[in-house]
Ligand binder design. Sequence first.
Ligand code: COA
Length: 163
Amino acid sequence: MTSVEPQRGITLRFLAEPTDVNFGGKVHGGAVMKWIDQAGYTCAAGWNGTYCVTVYLGGLHFLGPIRVGELVELRALVIRTGRTSLDIAIDVYAGDPKSPERRRTGHCVVVFVAIGPDGRPTGVRPWRPESELDLALEGYAVRLAGLRKQMDAEMEERLKASG
Ligand SMILES: CC(C)(COP(=O)(O)OP(=O)(O)OC[C@H]1O[C@@H](n2cnc3c(N)ncnc32)[C@H](O)[C@@H]1OP(=O)(O)O)[C@@H](O)C(=O)NCCC(=O)NCCS
């Protein structure tokens, strides 16, 4: 068997079905979030070769609606690795399956933690940025993490203060 380098990015595709519809007749945000998690997991587990769990979803922005019957494409990419965690950027695209054209309908960053056989966080295979775009994406993940920590700390303070 030939050895194959783990892939930094993967793409998953789903067909938006009538069961995915919301009360406004478009695809439910929750359905898109499930696909985001599935694409992120596939990317993280494939990169690290271990089971991974979702710990954080940040910067989720739905840019436009997706219609039932459209092909939904989730492009997932490793953009930062830590000691036991890794950040996966997910871009969501949609379009008519009869056409090659796709429009970007959403994006976010999902943080996964690699889990070892003992059920505890385990080491992550390092990824190093090479291009300017890589550096920008890694910087975006680092800034999102900084914001998250700041907001978590503020909320902790408020909860403590309120007893
Ligand atoms: C994943 C889990 C085992 C980590 O446990 P923990 O006690 O927080 O472990 P650690 O403190 O050692 O942190 C592990 C890593 O997670 C990262 N992490 C923890 N909480 C985080 C958060 N809210 N956002 C981003 N990263 C986070 C830490 O920064 C650390 O990363 P690093 O090693 O790269 O620096 C635990 O948080 C857990 O079980 N979470 C639930 C996961 C789950 O069930 N997901 C599905 C939800 S439906």
